[in-house]
Design a protein around this ligand. Sequence first.
Ligand code: ZN
Ligand code: ZN
Length: 216
Amino acid sequence: MSGERGELEWGGDSLSGATMDLLTPKITDITAEGLSLSGDVTGEELGITDADVVLCGILAIGLDLQAVERTICVTGVVEGMAVRQCVRCLKDFNDPVAFSIRVAYERESKAVAPTVKREAPWKKKAEPLVDVKSEEPNDDLYYYSGDHLELAPMLREQLILASPMHPLCAEDCRGLCAHCGKDLNEGPCGCAVESAESPFHVLRRMKEKIQESADR
Ligand SMILES: [Zn+2]
Ligand SMILES: [Zn+2]
C-alpha cells in the first residue's frame, strides 16, 4: 500500500490549480488499480456554454479511472443543477442533474495512420443509420494523446447527452392554452372546456340542428 494511492494529490508543485489537475489527470497516475478523482467544476471549466446547458452553480464530479491494458476506463457520476425551459408552459425551472459516466479512452495512434480516425469496434460494424440504442453498452470512446487525459470535452458531451430532449417542469404540466396562451397551471382560462371550434363539435351541432328541424 503506497499511502494515498487512488486519491488525487492536491497541491504539490502544480501551478495550474486543483481543477486543472482534476480535469487533466496524468496518464502515468492511472494504473490498473485505478485512480479516483472527485471535486467541483464550473460549466466554464468544461467549456459549457448557455447554448449547451444552462447550469445553476457548480457540478460535483466523482470519477474512477482505471487502466485496462491500453484502454483507460472512466466511470463515475456527475451531479448539479441545470435551468431548463419547460416545453409545455415555457417556464424556466431548476432541474437536478445526475447522471453516470461510462466511457473509455484510447491513445490516438497518430503515428500509424494520421488521417484515419479509429472508431469503436461496434461502431464500425453498425449500419450507418441504425438507431443509437443499438449501441447499448454505451462505452463512448474518446482519445487521448500526450501524457494527460482531457476530461473536460468528454464531460461536456456527456452532460449534453444526458439532458432531456423535452424538459417538463412537472410530469403533469398543463401547459399553455392554445387559444389565449394562459398558463393553465395557474388555473383555467376563459376559452375553456369546449374547445368549441373543434370540427367534431361543429359537425355534431349541425347534425343536432338537422335533427331538430326534421323533428318539427
Ligand atoms: Zn411546464
Ligand atoms: Zn385560453
